[in-house]
Design a protein around this ligand. Structure first.
Ligand SMILES: NC(=O)c1ccc[n+]([C@@H]2O[C@H](COP(=O)([O-])OP(=O)(O)OC[C@H]3O[C@@H](n4cnc5c(N)ncnc54)[C@H](OP(=O)(O)O)[C@@H]3O)[C@@H](O)[C@H]2O)c1
Length: 345
């Protein structure tokens, strides 16, 4: 059993959009470099990633990579998670998985520490983080439900291309340059041009006309809030910006609501910052929120059609609270709760 301040960490997907931000966050916390091992695909063997003045070398991830690791972050794709997570658990590590492979499994807690940290106690080796649009939404909803029973939630998202990984960031950059230079564009990540346009599709369509992303938001929100009957519907839209997801959210309650009470609740909430001064044109935007840990809320207003409804706007950095930061915070909560099998902090 390791017994010191920092658990040994492996990051699978260290060369990707989330993996890189995970390293930034660990560096901000002064995590020692000798406690970190980096993994990615064959393509990245031998790559060097600078971390606090040291070069960390990337190795190919395989089932025997995790001996001696207390925590394994997996930020790759679902198949990689399915292949490697059981081996990591068998080697005694706690797996914190960023993808969707395990999120809805009954024995896998799906966690946003500000909302359901206690669910970490029931893990059996794997903990999942939610989709990057679900996390900020549940952070807001977990406070709103203190006011009155929630009758219905409707949300529309405005999702940055980095939510689809680093190839999508390059696709938006290249298409933007191509169009400004009057050149032909090419596309491989998205089915349509994303530069100077938007795409009302995130992930594949299902039979009911909704996309997988929309279903993920609904199902994950219900799981995290422990309410399978939560009445929620969403529309997910990809927009031509690089970082930060925004959401326009409407919530209907059982009773009349007081907007000031909602403002007060959000003002005092962990992980939430308010920029809520529409008259002075102050509200959160993606460019303001990029690189920030908190989620930002503004434009809080009563529904024009109902005294029991509120509408608001939220923005969060999808690579930080939407992914890497939430994963690191789960590790920190697991340390606090004594729930990392081979590690005593
Ligand atoms: N982007 C977001 O906002 C966000 C938010 C929440 C959750 N997530 C989830 O986080 C995960 C990573 O997303 P991302 O945006 O970082 O994707 P990405 O930029 O495409 O990075 C993918 C990473 O996976 C690695 N990889 C690919 N095949 C592998 C293999 N066979 N073995 C080991 N590593 C392999 C890649 O390594 P190479 O460089 O060697 O190819 C790369 O490091 C996904 O599951 C995604 O759903 C993403």
């Amino acid at each position: 059993m390791t017994n010191n301040k920092f658990p040994s960490i492996s990051i699978v997907g260290a060369t990707g959009a989330v993996g890189k931000v995970c390293l930034d966050i660990l560096a901000e916390r002064n995590y020692p470099f000798e406690k970190i091992k980096l993994f990615a695909s064959k393509r990245s063997i031998g790559k060097r990633i600078s971390y606090k003045g040291n070069d960390l070398i990337v190795n190919e991830a395989n089932k025997s990579s995790f001996d001696g690791s207390d925590v394994v972050f997996i930020s790759a794709d679902s198949q990689v998670s399915l292949d490697l997570a059981p081996a990591a658990v068998n080697s005694g590590a706690l797996v914190i998985d960023d993808g969707s492979a395990f999120r809805m499994k009954e024995n896998v807690p799906l966690v946003v520490p500000e909302v359901n940290e206690e669910d970490i106690n029931s893990h059996e080796g794997i903990i999942s983080i939610p989709n990057c649009t679900t996390t900020p939404l549940v952070m807001a909803l977990s406070h709103l439900r203190k006011i009155s029973n929630i009758k219905r939630i409707q949300a529309s998202t405005y999702q940055a291309v980095s939510g689809s990984g680093s190839l999508a960031v390059s696709e938006l950059k290249n298409q933007t340059e191509n169009i400004l230079n009057n050149e032909k564009i090419s596309k491989s990540v998205y089915p349509h041009q994303i530069a100077f346009s938007l795409i009302p599709q995130v992930d594949d369509f299902l039979e009911d006309g909704y996309t997988k992303e929309e279903h993920k938001m609904v199902n994950e929100t219900r799981k995290i809030m422990h309410d399978n009957n939560l009445n929620i519907s969403v529309t997910c839209v990809r927009v031509p910006i690089f970082y930060c997801h925004s959401e326009s959210v409407s919530v209907d309650f059982e009773d009349d609501i007081d907007i000031q009470e909602i403002v007060n609740l959000f003002s005092n909430a962990d992980g939430i910052k308010l920029i809520n001064d529409g008259k002075n044109e102050n509200y959160p935007t993606p460019s303001m929120v990029e690189g920030k840990d908190d989620i930002f809320i503004g434009r809080i207003r009563k529904d024009l059609g109902s005294s029991r409804g509120v509408n608001f706007w939220l923005v969060s950095d999808n690579l930080r609270k939407g992914a890497a930061l939430n994963a690191v915070q789960i590790m920190e909560s697991a340390i606090k709760l004594g729930k990392i099998p081979n590690f005593v902090g």
